[in-house]
Ligand binder design. Structure first.
Ligand code: HEM
Length: 126
């Protein structure tokens, strides 16, 4: 079906929720990432990330209904994100994404986006 979205192609909500849940399991144990998250409960952050990624890839538009325009760069400005944080974030996401065993094409599409997005959110250099 040519009009199927990437969201549907890789398995919809079930797939995205597994990826995001695994990502936050890694974050919870990560000495670089965990201190950045302001709330003790990572559940709400997990929900925001899930809504965002589902919307980005053509799924439900719940993120924008609840949060408005994503403005990711602005929303990350309270956090110091240097190379170290970027690398830790991508390492956590790699664990989460690799566990899905997506097709090589789907994996490449998702992964290249995540690397580009993480690079774009680095806000501290040196
Ligand atoms: C929020 C860290 C990259 C998407 C957050 C929060 C932190 C954080 C500490 C606040 C948690 C919360 O309460 O929601 C980082 C770090 C990154 C990174 C260290 C490393 C580069 C990314 C990337 C994406 C992303 C690449 C998207 C592909 C989001 C979203 C939120 C969020 C959607 C919630 C925004 C909202 O308030 O609606 N991030 N992030 N982040 N991040 Fe990141």
């Amino acid at each position: 079906q040519p009009s199927a979205t990437f969201f549907d192609e890789i398995g919809g909500h079930a797939t995205f929720s597994r990826i995001v849940h695994r990502f936050y399991e890694v974050v919870a144990q990560d000495p670089v990432l965990r201190p950045l998250y302001p709330e003790e409960d990572l559940g709400p952050a997990e929900q925001r990330m899930l809504m965002f990624l589902e919307q980005y890839w053509g799924g439900p538009r719940t993120y924008s209904e609840r949060r408005g325009h994503p403005r990711l760069r602005m929303r990350h400005s309270p956090f110091t994100i240097g190379q170290r944080e970027r690398d830790a974030w991508l390492a956590a996401m790699a664990q989460a994404v690799d566990a899905e065993h997506l097709s090589p094409e789907a994996h490449e599409r998702l992964w290249s986006y995540l690397v580009m997005a993480a690079d774009s959110l680095v806000n501290t250099h040196g």
